[in-house]
Design a protein around this ligand. Structure first.
Ligand SMILES: [Zn+2]
Ligand SMILES: [Zn+2]
Ligand SMILES: [Zn+2]
Ligand SMILES: [Zn+2]
Ligand SMILES: [Zn+2]
Ligand SMILES: [Zn+2]
Length: 241
């Protein structure tokens, strides 16, 4: 967003607002210019300028949008003109005065109202994000608001997994949703390429897939199931004999 600068230094009475605007345009400045209505005696030998009309029209704070009493101050911004007091924020109606303002389409906003109206708001807390927000599913969050759905630790910069559009830290996701190892009961997360063995509806970590009797690894070997246990073929034979 562009923040404009207000130039409040009053021109010498002989430089008209139009001239200032022309200068500002030449220098590619985007400024509002404060000047004073001149008495007729001073404008007599200048080219006629377009008649003043306060942008606020019927809502002109001075009661007459055409009022151009010499000595009264006016504000010009791009092609439009206001009485100084009428150059105000379109939301809170506070005169901009010497403060900076933000133009948007045809409206003038004070910085506060602009923030209120257009700033990016966090999906979670609905407060304005000024810097360093994160986006998730195209929606903005504060870094500190983007947390695990389950344990609330911040997920910014962390690996996370989502389920039903909700983010979870790796630990919680594992605890809540992952397959569990039949032997050690810990989740099999698949994070970090964990290998595991599935047999019917049971799953084991590779390291947990061992014979219940001799504790030797059964990975890549034949095995026999014996109720809840798995046995290597040798131990199974002994058990059956
Ligand atoms: Zn006015
Ligand atoms: Zn305002
Ligand atoms: Zn937030
Ligand atoms: Zn968590
Ligand atoms: Zn295990
Ligand atoms: Zn064995």
């Amino acid at each position: 967003m562009a923040t404009d600068i207000l130039h409040t230094k009053l021109d010498s009475l002989h430089i008209t607002g139009e001239e200032r605007i022309k200068k500002a345009r030449e220098h590619d400045e985007d400024v509002a210019i404060l000047s004073t209505f001149l008495p007729a005696s001073l404008t007599a030998n200048q080219p006629p300028s377009k008649p003043f009309l306060c942008v606020l029209g019927k809502e002109c704070f001075l009661g007459d949008p055409k009022l151009a009493t010499p000595g009264t101050k006016k504000m010009e911004y791009k092609t439009r003109q206001w009485h100084e007091q009428c150059f105000c924020c379109c939301v809170c109606k506070t005169p901009i005065g010497t403060k900076s303002f933000i133009p948007r389409e045809q409206e003038i906003y004070c910085a506060t109202c602009y923030e209120e109206k257009f700033a990016t708001r966090c999906v979670k807390c609905n407060k304005i994000i000024t810097s360093g927000g994160v986006t998730y599913k195209n929606e903005p969050w504060h870094r500190e608001c983007f947390t695990c759905t389950n344990c609330n630790t911040s997920l910014a910069g962390q690996r996370f997994t989502s389920r039903e559009e909700k983010p979870y830290c790796a630990d919680c996701f594992g605890e809540l949703f992952a397959k569990r190892c039949t032997a050690c009961c810990k989740p099999i997360t698949g994070i970090g390429g964990t290998r595991f063995i599935s047999f019917e509806d049971r799953h084991w970590h590779n390291d947990c897939f061992i014979c219940a009797a001799c504790r030797s690894s059964l990975v890549g070997r034949g095995f026999i199931t014996d109720a809840d246990d798995i046995l290597c073929t040798e131990c199974a034979k002994q058990k059956l004999m």
